[in-house]
Design a protein around this ligand. Structure first.
Ligand SMILES: [Zn+2]
Length: 144
């Protein structure tokens, strides 16, 4: 529980920085049940389809943003986190429906990068966005 509370405080800080920045290009990614909503300021320029051990299992498509540009809206306890290995990143999912909503650094700063799962946008909103295959499993290079 302590871990979850810390995350909430951190995300609230990011959300505060976001006040007044929301424009008409904003998109919202929502989990299946709607308990977790992730606002981003604009359509992603490209999406990343990574073949690493976790992304291939989650089936995610990542849209990258600065953490200060992303607002995660979720009640306390509405999300669960998973990290492994060096534990520098954590993958966040809805506690109710299980949809993966984003990843973020474990120690989140406003300048951090984070990944928003573009599968949770309405399909029409990102249908024309180029998808790039990333070889996260071995070389960390884009394959296209
Ligand atoms: Zn949900």
């Amino acid at each position: 529980m302590t871990e979850g509370s810390r995350e909430q405080l951190c995300m609230d800080d990011v959300a505060r920085a976001q006040v007044g920045k929301e424009g008409r290009n904003m998109l919202t990614a929502t989990c299946h049940c709607g308990a977790v909503q992730v606002d981003v300021p604009r359509k992603p320029r490209r999406l990343t389809n990574c073949n690493c051990s976790i992304c291939r299992r989650y089936g995610t498509l990542w849209a990258y943003y600065k953490a200060s540009d992303v607002r995660v809206r979720a009640a306390r306890g509405a999300t669960m986190k998973y990290s492994w290995g060096e534990k520098s990143l954590c993958f966040v999912r809805c506690s109710t429906c299980g949809c993966v909503t984003h990843w973020q650094p474990v120690h989140l700063k406003k300048t951090s990068r984070m990944g928003v799962n573009a599968r949770n946008f309405m399909p029409g909103a990102v249908k024309s966005v180029r998808i790039r295959p990333l070889d996260g499993a071995s070389t960390w290079k884009y394959l296209d």
